[in-house]
Design a protein around this ligand. Structure first.
Ligand code: BG6
Length: 492
């Protein structure tokens, strides 16, 4: 019989727990996806914690975080019964650990330990869990990103956690992999004959992956300034999306096989080193501007540090050196305070080899497959058709739309919930193996190193634009243009 699990949430009073994890678990409650007996034990920093106040705080956050009418007092009452906060100091075994131990031992359930805490505390937390004999061979641990700030520091973290938990019980989370459209991308690729035969350098011209954000620091300045866009978004979300686009078909959908294919992609990324860093990457930093009609202060002023060289934008031209992708550029881009908030993968196919229509028939665009992750979940295939309103042949672009739901329904889907449920079921297919972490850092380290050693500052861009002009120049040199979306929701 499979074990029943409790969730032990370290950092239960932190931003991630309040903004993402509690809403995700609450949605699990509403959809009756949580085991009836599942307990949620959370740790809060301090000498004591008042349960009623803690629960009231969670209620307030849920009311704020969940879209209109999703909060239901009846469901919350049931949900809140599961929650027990414990005041605990992660690094000091004399503060709160005995109480946590007693609570855990009160039940025969196994534990999922969720580390929603800075990675610098992972090792100590493992040490204290072990000292209190709370780790069994069935315990699972979920690790939040960032796993380190470079390859060496990631290895230290992975070794430390790995000395307490076997790799199979470690769930490194990347919430992008819990987004429904990301999984749909795999279905699209691996269950359509059409794409099976067109998914390579013979047919695909180039790929663009954009994770554009309108938000700025959101009160996370001290974290963000040490990280920057590469560590915050590229090392994890962007490279994971790249892997799913580029990986070989897995022989079956299981963690071992899927993750092995992703690792092969990461290891095939052409290294970008030395002077190549400055021709294949652009780093940017936003200055003052207007985003969504609102004045936005420049990054340095927001940070109150005029010397920071942290990038809030990055664009990279990547190549995957293997048979499938030889010669196909992958353009990766992400940034804060850009003009629109959206995430998408655009696969541009090659132009047809010979044009049979006269020039007056109009422009013949190449086919494009657009996989939009957010704000709407939307997959479209752009095709050329005849404009039927004219006798003469006039070419027009039309979209085959694979959109399955209204945007509001899409917004209700929750990547964290999906991944938490996967972990409860013991399915780690959508979690990251330590070798993926290692390979992605191995590729990014030389880029970060070259930037660090350069006297150049990040290129400036006004908040509310599409990033620095240098990023446009980089892609235009290859004869392409970034897809900058003006009208979201429904349109590609
Ligand atoms: C997080 C980053 O991992 O992803 C944030 O730390 C970023 O800086 C966020 O804003 C974006 O996630 P989503 O799901 O809102 O696109």
């Amino acid at each position: 019989m499979s074990a029943t699990y409790d969730i032990i949430l370290f950092g239960g009073d932190g931003d991630l727990s309040l903004r993402k994890l509690m809403p995700a678990l609450y949605r699990g409650e509403v959809n009756q996806e949580l085991d009836q007996d599942l307990r949620i034990i959370t740790t809060a920093f301090g000498d004591s914690v008042n349960r009623d106040e803690y629960v009231a705080n969670i209620q307030q956050w849920l009311e704020k975080q969940l879209p209109d009418r999703q909060f239901n007092p009846g469901h919350f009452k049931a949900f809140s019964r599961r929650i027990t906060p414990v005041a605990l100091d992660i690094v000091d075994p004399s503060k709160g650990w005995d109480e946590l131990t007693k609570l855990i031992n009160d039940s025969a359930h196994e534990c999922i330990f969720y580390f929603a805490i800075p990675p610098s505390l992972f090792a100590k937390t493992c040490e204290n869990l072990s000292a209190h004999e709370l780790i069994t061979d069935k315990s699972r641990v979920i690790l939040e990103k960032p796993i380190g700030y470079d390859r060496a520091s990631a290895e230290v973290i992975n070794n430390a956690v790995g000395s307490y938990f076997p790799e199979d019980n470690i769930y490194r989370i990347d919430h992008y992999l819990g987004k429904e459209t990301v999984q749909n991308l795999m279905v699209l690729r691996f269950s359509n004959y059409l794409f099976e035969h067109l998914w390579d350098a013979q047919s695909i011209d180039h790929v663009q992956i954009s994770l554009a954000e309108t938000v700025g620091l959101e009160g996370r300045a001290s974290f963000y300034d040490k990280a920057g866009a590469v560590r915050d978004m590229v090392q994890n979300h962007l490279l994971q999306l790249l892997c799913l686009v580029a990986m070989e078909p897995a022989s079956k959908m299981c963690a071992e096989v899927v993750r092995a294919e992703k690792i092969k992609v990461l290891k095939s990324l052409r290294p970008i080193t030395g002077d190549d860093v400055f021709t294949n990457t652009v780093r940017g930093q936003y200055k003052a501007g207007v985003v969504n009609g609102k004045e936005q202060t420049g990054y340095l002023d927001e940070l109150n540090d005029q010397l920071s060289k942290t990038e809030t934008f990055v664009a990279i031209r990547a190549h995957i050196d293997n048979w499938r992708w030889a010669g196909v550029p992958f353009y990766l881009r992400t940034g804060k305070c850009l003009q629109k908030q959206y995430a998408e993968i655009a696969i541009q196919f090659k132009p047809v080899s010979h044009r049979v229509f006269r020039p007056e028939a109009g422009h013949m665009a190449s086919n494009k497959l657009i996989v939009r992750l957010q704000p709407d979940e939307n997959i479209q295939l752009q095709m050329m058709t005849k404009d039927l309103d004219h006798n003469d042949i006039l070419l027009q672009k039309m979209n085959l739309n694979l959109n399955q739901g209204v945007p509001q329904q899409n917004a209700d889907r929750d990547a964290y919930k999906r991944l938490l449920l996967d972990c409860l079921r013991g399915d780690s297919t959508l979690f990251i193996h330590r070798d993926e972490v290692d390979s992605s850092w191995a590729w990014l380290d030389p880029i970060l190193e070259a930037w660090k050693n350069s006297d150049d500052k990040p290129c400036q861009y006004a908040a509310g634009t599409w990033g620095p002009t240098e990023s446009d120049e980089m892609i235009e040199k290859d004869g392409f243009k970034w897809r900058n979306i003006k009208n979201l929701l429904g349109g590609a």
